[in-house]
Design a protein around this ligand. Structure first.
Ligand code: C2E
Ligand code: MG
Ligand code: MG
Ligand code: MG
Length: 292
């Protein structure tokens, strides 16, 4: 007999939520294998400086090719990684893969690049995080200046005192810190005031169709001015068309990431992209003039 809720309705799982629960269960079961079984890879999405007209680095983005379910998005499986306590293992794998790739770029003759790695909230609780970062950089003979860590606002905030100490230590090593997805979720200017961030990444939410929306323009302008006032670099995430780039450039943004420039690439494809500045479209005066 089906169970009844207090209001008398039947407690039957909806097919959709049942499917989702099953899928979550499968993902949980298979995550531990993923890390050992060569199912994880990293892609690298170029970070473009339009003023200098060059690629200044890449964001490392994790990919999981599941043996039967196909590609699973990190947005789907990272929260499960966190929930089942595998963040430290995955985090270590990602950091090592990103640093190993940076070493390859160096060997391919690409210098002066930075690699940005996403850190999940749970990793901040790891008392050995700083040591692991130092050891991974040393393993690949890299100086801390090549590494940037991306944190979201929610990640930063579990224990403000501890987070501050940790960030200062990491920052003192020479690693830079970026506040990811700024403006989404639980934004607070307090984080920007108190924590040693070097870069602010404007969330795609405000970037999409910014050329057509005066509200997004007002927000982007405020964020760009805020970053400048605080002495931070500012990057617009998820630019998909020329008109968005032109508008953001007019508002004072020079750093960009998004499909307009490039989708996330394999390490090898990234080397080809970063080594060839002609792949970056120029910001021509005619297009800027059209906006006026
Ligand atoms: P994020 O850190 O904000 O990364 C940017 C996301 O936006 C990436 O999605 C990227 O592929 C996507 N993106 C970039 N340009 C465009 C664009 O022009 N249009 C659109 N529609 N999307 C664009 P992805 O790779 O699916 O990653 C999703 C999220 O998963 C990331 O958001 C990050 O929070 C998390 N993530 C990815 N890799 C890692 C990792 O190695 N460790 C941790 N802890 N989290 C990760
Ligand atoms: Mg990120
Ligand atoms: Mg982001
Ligand atoms: Mg985002």
């Amino acid at each position: 007999r089906p169970q009844q809720a207090p209001d008398g309705s039947l407690l039957l799982a909806q097919p959709a939520s049942l499917d989702l629960a099953r899928e979550t269960f499968v993902i949980e079961q298979d995550l531990a294998q993923a890390i050992h079984g060569e199912q994880l890879t990293m892609l690298f999405q170029p970070l473009v400086d339009l003023d200098k007209h060059c690629v200044v680095g890449a964001e490392a983005l994790l990919r999981w090719q599941h043996p039967t379910m196909g590609d699973i998005s990190p947005a789907r499986f990272i929260p499960i990684v966190e929930a089942i306590g595998l963040s430290d293992q995955f985090g270590a794998w990602v950091l090592n893969a990103a640093c190993r790739e940076m070493r390859r770029w160096r060997e391919a003759g690409l210098h002066g690049l930075r690699v940005a790695v996403n850190l999940s909230a749970c990793q901040l609780a790891d008392p050995k995080l700083q040591e692991k970062i130092e050891r991974t950089l040393a393993r690949h003979h890299l100086e801390p200046q090549v590494l940037e860590l991306e944190l979201t606002e929610t990640a930063a905030m579990a224990d403000a005192g501890r987070t501050l100490r940790l960030f200062r230590e990491i920052h003192d090593l020479g690693v830079s810190l970026a506040l990811d997805d700024f403006g989404s979720g639980h934004s607070s200017l307090i984080y920007l005031k108190n924590l040693p961030f070097d870069k602010l990444k404007i969330d795609r939410e405000f970037v999409t169709a910014v050329h057509e929306r005066s509200d997004s323009q007002a927000i982007c302008k405020a964020l760009i001015d805020l970053a400048r006032g605080l002495g931070l670099r500012v990057l617009a995430e998820g630019v998909e068309c020329r008109a968005e780039v032109d508008m953001l450039a007019r508002l004072g943004c020079t750093l960009f990431q998004g499909y307009y420039f490039s989708r996330p690439l394999t390490g090898q494809a990234f080397v080809a992209f970063a080594g060839d500045p002609t792949r970056i479209p120029a910001l021509g005066p005619p297009v800027l003039a059209q906006l006026d």
